[in-house]
Design a protein around this ligand. Structure first.
Ligand code: NAD
Length: 257
């Protein structure tokens, strides 16, 4: 493990464009469950009931979604960035980071100190919502208050009355075009691409490490469990994101000193 940490620190210090790619696993140590680990969200809920088609297509779909959202959102809102988020933000402060591409919707990279313009959110951000008819923006805090007051299905203010949807990408929903294109562009021009806490099975997000590898970048995968992209990795670090990222940051600091 020490040799792998050293190798990643060396890669980071020699990189022109370091891209960090994160998934739900970077935030589990902040208390936000991931989807696929034992005890994760899909152990408790059926993903087929929470698709985009169910949400926009039926009142019942929206009712179910908001019922789950009312419980999940406070977990996200009350979570604090952990050692992995802070280590990534420190890489930015040290001038080592091109950008973060994240599948997460929890806003924790920004809260740890990575500037918003350096965070490409492939699946949206849970702190915002908007009306699908008129585009009016709402904060999720505002919508959450309505849910707490007993509203089952939040609707846009009169006279619009349109469907309010969180600014997150549901299963079956098209990816945000601009973010997806930008992520692909950054992945393809990166020279070091570090995956932290992703099962790498959700597409098209899981294409990003492959684009980077195809373009000649060194690929590092830091994840608790195996991923389908492990055979393409130059360095594999099976472990917890927080402690592994802390160790890497320490070695980077020593090399830059
Ligand atoms: P995933 O749930 O499919 O996989 C998470 C991976 O992280 C697993 O392989 C697991 O072994 C690993 N992991 C868990 N804890 C870890 C830790 N402490 N250190 C290192 N690795 C750890 O998540 P995914 O790949 O991001 O994709 C699923 C989808 O889940 C994404 O679309 C994402 O939008 C969404 N999601 C986001 C959040 C969030 O915003 N925090 C939470 C749950 C799900």
């Amino acid at each position: 493990m020490a040799a792998e940490v050293e190798r990643v620190a060396e890669l980071i210090c020699g990189a022109q464009r370091l891209v960090v790619f994160t998934g739900a696993g970077v935030s589990t140590e902040s208390g936000i469950p991931d989807f696929r680990s034992p005890g994760g969200i899909w152990d408790r809920f059926n993903p087929d009931e929470f698709t985009y088609q169910h949400f926009v297509g039926s009142v019942e779909g929206r009712r179910k979604y908001w019922e789950l959202g009312r419980h999940v959102y406070p977990v996200i809102r009350n979570a604090e960035p952990n050692a992995a988020h802070y280590a990534i933000a420190d890489l930015h402060r040290l001038g080592c980071l091109d950008c973060v591409i994240t599948q997460n919707i929890d806003n924790l990279h920004q809260r740890a100190g990575v500037p918003s313009e350096k965070v490409i959110e492939l699946h949206g951000n849970a702190t915002r919502a908007r009306c699908l008819s008129c585009g009016c923006a709402y904060t999720r805090d505002e919508v959450h208050e309505w849910l707490e007051r007993g509203v089952e299905i939040p609707m846009c203010d009169p006279p619009c009355g349109g469907i309010i949807k969180p600014h997150t990408i549901l299963f079956g929903e098209a990816m945000p075009e601009q973010e997806t294109l930008e992520a692909e562009r950054r992945a393809r021009r990166s020279d070091v691409f570090v995956v932290v806490g992703s099962s790498l099975v959700v597409y098209p997000a899981a294409m990003m490490p492959l684009y980077a590898k195809e373009a000649g970048a060194a690929l590092v995968i830091i994840n608790l469990s195996e991923t389908p992209h492990d055979p393409y990795a130059d360095v594999l670090l099976p472990g917890k994101a927080g402690s592994v990222m802390e160790q890497i940051l320490e070695r980077v600091r020593q090399r830059l000193a």
